[in-house]
Design a protein around this ligand. Sequence first.
Ligand code: DAH
Length: 354
Amino acid sequence: MHWNPGYAAVAVTGAANLPHRMDPLEQLKRDVPHRIDSATTIAELDEIEAETVGRRSPIAEARRGLGAIADPAQRGVTGKAINDVAVFLSAQIDVRRGALESVEVNARLQADRADVTLPGRVPRRGTHHIIQQTIDEIVDIFVGLGYQMVQGPEAETDFYNFTALNIPKTHPTRLESDTLYLDYGDGDEEVLLRTHTSPMQARHMEEHEPPVYIVVPGKVFRSDAIDATHLPVFHQIEGLAVDDNITFADLKGTLAEFTRQFFGPDTKVKFIPHYFPFTEPSAEMHAYTQGKWIELIGCGMVNPAVFENVGYDPNTLSGFAFGMGADRMAMVRHGITDLRTMIDPDVRTLEQYR
Ligand code: DAH
């Protein structure tokens, strides 16, 4: 829109009648566009609008003064001039309002925005306990050698824990000082917390035909006070191989291979005679690792008496069995010297063995 400069000569208000004062409409036209442009909020713009073109504005006042102009032609020119200023300013105000509205909407949208680029809170990473890790690793090695993993009950009967394994009634491990009895059942059916994983040998052979190649990981319980080398709850991994023609050479080869896979290919092993009621002959396998010989695995050829107890024919079958402590294997592997580390719930301890 083009401003008609002709209006400036027209006196519409008292002030404008003073020759040294600028016409208020002219003043509006000169000053207000700048204020409109620099308004930063809609509220501010509303104020400018009220002040300049609203009901109490100089424009409204000028319109009210129109009636006092007697000459209709002059009144028409002046009215048009006032209107032109009003339209001119209103148009600018509308443009600015549109711009400020979109700025405010954007600001609100911005404030409401969920910033999906924020990194999430990373939960503390959990891990398997060192004993479980060790059990998994040991079982994996035997699975690689063709064994199957099975598990048995932790509450066991006297029969499977002792009698089936050829452990005589008079054996000291049956004493309450060694075994935790559950005060339930009598004789062979007396229930106790298994003192080793060996009972699963008998349970498995009773239920399955040979050949048998199993490993049995699990918790075992003994009536021991806690110290650096004893816990009343610990973990064992039992092994049993029964087939047509198993010899002590198979036992040695299998356990030597396991030890090399677990501790490293150069690990030496030796077998020292020992006694277990359920194996004959029996041995202890020691491994040379970390600069010393360490007793690791109890083992031996399955005692024919055990085969008889489970209904296997000792004349046609032979086999070997072995048992090792999972906690002990974990300690040797990680250089841990105090067994109580295994039950330390401090996350700083646990985090060292991921
Ligand atoms: N059951 C024995 C123990 O708890 C460990 C063991 C020794 C298991 C020799 C066996 C074995 O199968 O042949 O001390």
